[in-house]
Design a protein. Structure first.
Length: 255
């Protein structure tokens, strides 16, 4: 009698195991992959600072405007070491080089005499030049810095509770400084993970970002804006060279 009970139990257990393997494999194909840093629990190792803006001229940059013009001087100039955008025509200044994983520091301000304005930092820009190109935008609109805008259906996963259409609103109230004072954006794209930090506060994050080399752009969007620091550090990590350090307020992820 004992043998008659054991055999059906073995068969039943085998069927349960087979079902778990089958449905588990199906679920793993549909479940979004976790962010890279969540998988290995480690932080990237960044290389030396690369000054994208040299404080003198527009070397290393090219422009595109909605009217088809590529004359950067229409909207962009350098004055006393500051990169100045007069806001028109609408378009963007973009790097000649393409970058995939990096930490980018951008310092900006609006002129209090001219009032609040709008701009943005375009990340992983790909495809043909147009207004606006396929990319992730780190918003610079006054009082909205830290918002994420998805341009051209760029593959990414943002917090659904804060996302409406293409916009993902920042997680906290604005922490921008008064007009005329310098603000600091620290933007990290670590493989598929995006982090936006404004003046030392993480305001937004996204995962599942398509890891593709792209240009970095600064928008000319109808308002005057100034930039004094545009610096980048490439992710130099390899599978065996990722540091356990976290982002510090001083801007260094040291391995």
């Amino acid at each position: 009698m004992r043998h008659h009970l054991v055999v059906p139990f073995i068969v039943f257990a085998s069927l349960l195991l087979a079902g778990e393997l089958l449905f588990g494999a199906s679920e793993s194909r549909t479940r979004p992959a976790p962010p890279a840093s969540a998988v290995d629990g480690l932080e990237p190792v960044f290389g030396p600072v690369m000054k994208l803006f040299n404080g003198t001229d527009l070397a290393g940059w090219n422009a595109y405007f909605g009217d088809g013009s590529r004359d950067a001087a229409k909207a962009w100039s350098v004055r006393d070491g500051i990169l100045v955008c007069n806001g028109g025509p609408v378009g963007y200044l973009q790097t000649d080089l393409r970058f995939e994983s990096f930490e980018l520091v951008v310092e900006w301000r609006f002129d209090p005499e001219l009032g609040a304005g709008n701009s943005g930092v375009l990340l992983r820009t790909t495809g043909e030049d147009t207004v606006w190109p396929r990319s992730i935008e780190a918003q610079l609109h006054s009082r909205n810095a830290g918002d994420i805008w998805n341009i051209g259906a760029f593959p990414m996963i943002a917090d659904p509770a804060r996302t409406k259409g293409r916009r993902t609103v920042k997680a906290h109230d604005t922490n921008e400084k008064p007009l005329g004072e310098w603000n600091r954006y620290r933007i990290r794209l670590d493989r598929d993970r995006l982090t936006l930090e404004i003046n030392g506060l993480v305001q937004n994050e996204a995962t599942g970002c398509q890891a593709v080399p792209g240009r970095i752009g600064l928008q000319s969007e109808g308002a005057a804006i100034e930039f004094r620091r545009v610096e980048l550090r490439r992710d130099r990590s390899s599978p065996g060279r990722r540091a356990r350090s976290r982002i510090s307020a001083g801007g260094c992820a040291c391995g």
